[in-house]
Write a protein that binds this ligand. Sequence first.
Ligand code: DC
Length: 239
Amino acid sequence: MYIYLLEILKYQQNLKNLVIAIDGPAASGKSTTSKLVAKDLGLLYVDTGAMYRAMTLKVLQSKIYIESEEEISHLAQNTNIRLEQNEDQVKVFLDNKDVSKAIRSQAVTKAVSAVSSIKKVREVMVREQRRMGERGGIVLDGRDIGTIVFPDADLKIFMIADVKERARRRQKDLEIEGENVDIERLVEEIIERDRKDSKRNISPLCKADDAIILDTSNLRITDQVEFIVKKAKEIIAKR
Ligand code: DC
């Protein structure tokens, strides 16, 4: 009995220290999956894309030219972005204002790759992401989590999916938000965003050598979640 209790405590301690990095291209299902994985394991979830989106919204609202690296760098150092996790929702606050919906607009989606390629913006965001994850017990999704933010993460997943399928998923999300966008246009936008995110000089989107590829083209969300949760539990069991 005593040993059994110790085992449970050890398991919980290991779970609390766990860092799970989930990277991948646009609309590959990272955030939906990560949120559910975090919920299942009782970990904190951080949507790092939402942070770059909030920063981009601020740039657009401030009417600064997207090419103006110096001004955007200055702005990034004077911006407060906060993520709040409720039961099933993650709310995003930009300078204390709830922008959870506004950051999903087409205007932000179009400009976000340019803003997130700026060195100072990345420095500010990565510093904050590392601070949130320093004690572990966290699932982060993004483009550079397994390569740059937490290169020593316990579990790294690289999610991919067929571009048509990704466009369909994005179209559904936009419909829920009341925006109707043509599927072909979304395919083009996703390809273009992936191209920019992969080709940038600083922390480009790429798979970490030790990341597991998870192709979600034909998977249900529950299967994706189950796969990652199982891997996480295997890691803890081995400790
Ligand atoms: O995951 P998402 O589509 O919400 O991300 C929006 C953009 O933010 C994405 O096109 C690139 C950028 N991003 C990044 O550069 N690094 C991250 N860790 C997460 C997102």
